[in-house]
Design a protein around this ligand. Structure first.
Ligand SMILES: C[S@@+](CC[C@H](N)C(=O)[O-])C[C@H]1O[C@@H](n2cnc3c(N)ncnc32)[C@H](O)[C@@H]1O
Length: 180
């Protein structure tokens, strides 16, 4: 399947679960499919967010952990992935061991709507717009001013990005959390 078709299939599948009631119907998120962000897009996302070794990167819905591992391996950050599916958590931990960054990363099996993300200085997202929308209050209340949120493919509705890139059909959005 081409990457464009994979994104469309993801959007279609995710959209069935992104209706009213978020985040109360948290059990339905278990049906959200896993699609990995390609490595070159991960690098663009982390570069766009200006990630350094001083950052703590949280990937909400971390899948097999590629963003978290790359943030640690290439950018020197400490990084945390939050993921519902246990088999993906296991895979991510194994990949982190192979990449020799297990000491710099952590994978939490949980629903990100109910997980504390206050230590994050950078948050990464590859989720549908309606899930991104439902995350807005959490991002605004838990993240400190100046923290960056970077999304692959789908925007946070009604938030004007500080930066937007489009390359080879992939979209990247960057927002900076405003002051109080
Ligand atoms: C499209 S994949 C993105 C994976 C990874 N972030 C990447 O970009 O390579 C979305 C992931 O989010 C997970 N997910 C969806 N809703 C979640 C929730 N509420 N809490 C934790 N994980 C969730 C899914 O299981 C899936 O693995």
């Amino acid at each position: 399947m081409s990457s464009g078709a994979r994104i469309s299939a993801l959007a279609l599948a995710l959209s069935q679960f992104a209706g009213a009631g978020l985040p109360a119907q948290w059990d339905k998120y278990e049906e959200v499919p896993f699609v990995a962000t390609p490595q070159w897009v991960i690098d663009e996302m982390l570069r766009t967010a200006g990630v350094t070794s001083k950052d703590v990167v949280y990937d909400l819905g971390s899948g097999e952990g590629d963003i978290v591992i790359r943030a640690a391996q290439r950018f020197g950050a400490r990084a945390v992935g939050i993921e519902l599916r246990p088999e993906l958590i296991e895979k991510a931990r194994e990949k982190a061991r192979q990449a020799k960054v297990a000491h710099k990363v952590r994978f939490i099996r949980a629903d990100f709507f109910y997980t504390d993300i206050r230590e994050a200085t950078v948050v990464t997202l590859f989720l549908l717009p309606e899930i991104n929308r439902a995350l807005r209050p959490k991002l605004l209340t838990e993240l400190r001013p100046g923290s960056r949120v970077v999304a692959h493919a789908f925007p946070i509705p009604d938030w004007q990005p500080q930066k937007f890139l489009e390359k080879d059909g992939r979209k990247i959005f960057l927002w900076v959390v405003p002051g109080p």
